[in-house]
Ligand binder design. Structure first.
Ligand code: NAP
Ligand code: GCO
Length: 263
């Protein structure tokens, strides 16, 4: 019988006080996992714990910036002591800065790559040794359409998410022998705070041009919801996907398959 249960497993989802991370962590909690999450902001940790509680999920929140290696190492050691060895890591924390490349400072470019690519490296490096000792584990990296495609103003984000796709394949290659599966989820355009600026109503009440553009590019003719990512994440976290490794699962309503509706 195919097993999608996460009973008895500890899942750490980074940046999961809200947004996609919260949706993925909630679904994993409903599938039986013990939920651990981190955020940089103490207020958001409190809000997040309360929001999980409202869903009947007892989540453990830790204040930690995924780019701070000593803090990440300390957080993972605390989690192992207080909750248990991490069986499932979801590298979800991420930012975007939408600036034309030639106007973007090296500092801004570095910050996006630091959080979106170095962060998943630091987090994965911290959890893999205990996964090996325990006999296996699951790492899920939240990639993006920009792991495959570019567009104006998102050079740093696309570079980071393209790198995250290859980091996913490399972790799969290097640690598959220890029964660790590392896969990616590539969300399409999802309605979260991160994309709110792209969906703002115009002064005349019409939809944002980018909003209309995405609808024309999406066969499903809608923006994704964070809940659309829950099932794919539980699948990749469960033993149902034990022979899936190094794969990026695009959850995009069909954007990558479609040339776009004729204007
Ligand atoms: P979001 O609403 O902006 O949430 C991002 C989360 O990451 C927040 O909780 C944020 O916490 C946290 N975070 C940021 N930097 C961090 C750091 N250095 N250390 C720890 N936590 C940090 O974004 P989202 O839309 O849910 O996206 C989540 C992931 O999906 C990101 O990796 C994003 O690139 C990816 N994604 C999003 C879409 C989309 O359309 N929304 C599509 C494809 C991929 P703070 O509040 O403290 O900043
Ligand atoms: C953008 C959007 C996208 C989405 C997502 C698409 O400005 O183009 O923010 O990058 O966040 O990554 O998969």
């Amino acid at each position: 019988m195919v097993n999608f249960s996460l009973e008895g497993r500890v899942a750490l989802v980074t940046g999961a006080s809200y947004g996609i991370g919260f949706s993925i962590a909630s679904a994993m909690g409903e599938a039986g996992a013990k939920i651990v999450f981190n955020d940089r902001n103490p207020e958001l940790i409190e809000k997040g714990v309360a929001a999980y509680k409202e869903m009947g999920i007892e989540a453990y929140g830790y204040i930690c910036d995924v780019t701070d290696e000593p803090a990440v190492q300390a957080m993972v050691a605390r989690i192992e002591k207080e909750v248990g060895v991490i069986d499932i890591l979801v590298n979800n924390a991420g930012i975007i800065k939408r600036i034309p490349m030639v106007e973007m400072s090296a500092e801004d470019f570095r910050q996006v790559v630091d959080i979106d690519l170095n962060g998943p490296f630091i987090m994965s490096k911290a959890v893999i040794p205990s996964m090996i000792k325990k006999g296996g584990g699951k790492i899920i990296n939240i990639c993006s359409m920009m792991s495959e495609l570019g567009r104006e103003t998102v050079s740093a984000y696309a570079a980071a998410k393209g790198g995250l796709k290859m980091l996913t394949k490399n972790i799969a290659s290097e640690y598959g022998q220890y029964n660790i599966q590392c896969n990616g989820i590539g969300p399409g355009y999802i309605a979260t705070p991160q994309t709110a600026p792209l969906r703002e109503l115009q002064p005349d009440g019409s939809r944002h041009p980018f909003d209309q553009f995405i609808l024309a590019k999406t066969p499903a003719n809608r923006w994704g919801e964070a809940s659309d990512l829950a099932g794919p994440a539980v699948f990749l976290a469960s033993s149902a996907s034990d022979f899936v490794n190094g794969h990026i699962l695009y959850v995009d309503g069909g954007i990558l398959a479609y040339i776009g509706k004729q204007p």
